[in-house]
Every structure is written in structure tokens, then in C-alpha cells.
Design a protein around this ligand. Structure first.
Ligand SMILES: [Mg+2]
Length: 215
């Protein structure tokens, strides 16, 4: 599986797509905590078997759930609310040293652009060619369609995601960080991973294999 195509390599640079929420930072836990407090629920993180569990299964109107989530992302201090995964920060910065391009692809709304850029800058995660791609809800109904399009347009070589639905839809190699909502068997182009150092090792191996093949 990992002998995937990196057809452009080494003639041009590796492009890695990185999702933001629940991939470089812990977004779901603080949202769940606030949700439980606001709506007097006792939902446990490990029981969230569907990413849209709060919107679909929790017995609260979808609009109220969306409002709570959007308010947290747009109005709260993201740096103190959504803690960065230190390992993600270290690995992404190491990719920079390897001269790989890093592009963020998130279904956050366009209105979150400045907050999101400030967050990434705060952790030194934006480099000269880095793009931050957020979803225009006037143009797309689904995060799957949006991410598929960005991955194709940017010619992303690998994607780091936590959404199984997105991982299944994109035609590129995906590292899927293990989360309660993405359990189960995966298609061959998706590699389940448990940590960022594991992703780093796989990427290193892939690129070495390709370099050796090109001899
Ligand atoms: Mg995510």
C-alpha cells in the first residue's frame, strides 16, 4: 500500500495536505465539554462513533449545535481553547526543513480565516508556499466535495486527516489519525496511524523508496 505513486518526485517538491481540527489540534474535546455543559448531557469522547454525532444523535437541534461550534471557533481564543498537538507541530516543522510544501485544508468556514492563520502563525506552522484552504459554504454543500477539489487542484501527494469519509473520497494516499469516529476497515489507499511520529516515519520511508527506485 505504501508503495504509492509520488509521480512528480523528485522533479518537483512533495506537497502534503494537512487538516486542522482533530489533526493538528484537539478540537472535539473542548467542544464536547462545552456541549455537555450547555445542554446538560453526558456524552463521552470515546463514544462519538460518528463525527457528526452531536448534530445527529445527541437530541439537540442541529442549528444550536452548529451555533455552539461556530461561536467557539470564531469568537473564542483558539490558542487557549484548542490545544495544539506538540508532535504535530514538531513533525510539520521538520517537513519544512526537508523542503516539503505544507497546505492546510479545513472545512472551517471562510469567516474563520484570520483566526486560523493567527493560530498557525502563533505555532510557526506557516511557511512561504503554505496555503490555508477553508470552505466556502456558498459554493459547497459537503466537506467531502470541497476537500476533493482542493486536493486535486493543489496536486497533493499525501493528506493527513481524521475524517474517514474524506479519506475515502480523495484519490491520494491518506494518513488517517485514529479517532473514535473513524474506526473500521479502510480502503487500501488509507493508512491508519496513531501518532504524528508514525506519519513522519512513513513519509520518510516512502520518499526514500522512491529516491532509491529513481536511483
Ligand atoms: Mg478534522
Amino acid at each position: 500500500m505504501l508503495k504509492s505513486k509520488i509521480s512528480r518526485f523528485p522533479s518537483s517538491r512533495i506537497k502534503i495536505g494537512v487538516d486542522i481540527d482533530n489533526v493538528i489540534c484537539d478540537t472535539f474535546r473542548p467542544i464536547l465539554k462545552k456541549f455537555n455543559k450547555t445542554f446538560n448531557k453526558k456524552i463521552r469522547y470515546q463514544d462519538v462513533y460518528d463525527f457528526f454525532y452531536l448534530e445527529k444523535q445527541a437530541g439537540v437541534e442541529k442549528d444550536r449545535v452548529r451555533f455552539l461550534i461556530d461561536t467557539m471557533i470564531l469568537k473564542e481564543n483558539n490558542i487557549t481553547t484548542f490545544l495544539i498537538y506538540d508532535e504535530a507541530q514538531r513533525v510539520i516543522q521538520s517537513w519544512r526543513k526537508n523542503n516539503y510544501q505544507v497546505h492546510y485544508i479545513s472545512a472551517r468556514p471562510l469567516e474563520a480565516r484570520q483566526t486560523t492563520i493567527d493560530y498557525l502563525k502563533h505555532y510557526n506552522l506557516i511557511f512561504s508556499e503554505t496555503t490555508v484552504n477553508l470552505m466556502d459554504y456558498d459554493c459547497y454543500d459537503s466537506d467531502v466535495d470541497f476537500k476533493k477539489k482542493v486536493v486535486a487542484d493543489l496536486e497533493i501527494d499525501f493528506l493527513v486527516e481524521d475524517s474517514r469519509e474524506i479519506a475515502e473520497a480523495v484519490p491520494t494516499l491518506v494518513f488517517l489519525l485514529d479517532r473514535p469516529w473513524n474506526k473500521g476497515r479502510l480502503k487500501p489507499h488509507i493508512k491508519r496511524v496513531y501518532s504524528w511520529p508514525q506519519i513522519k516515519r512513513y513519509v520518510g520511508k516512502l520518499i526514500k523508496t522512491k529516491t532509491d527506485e529513481d536511483g
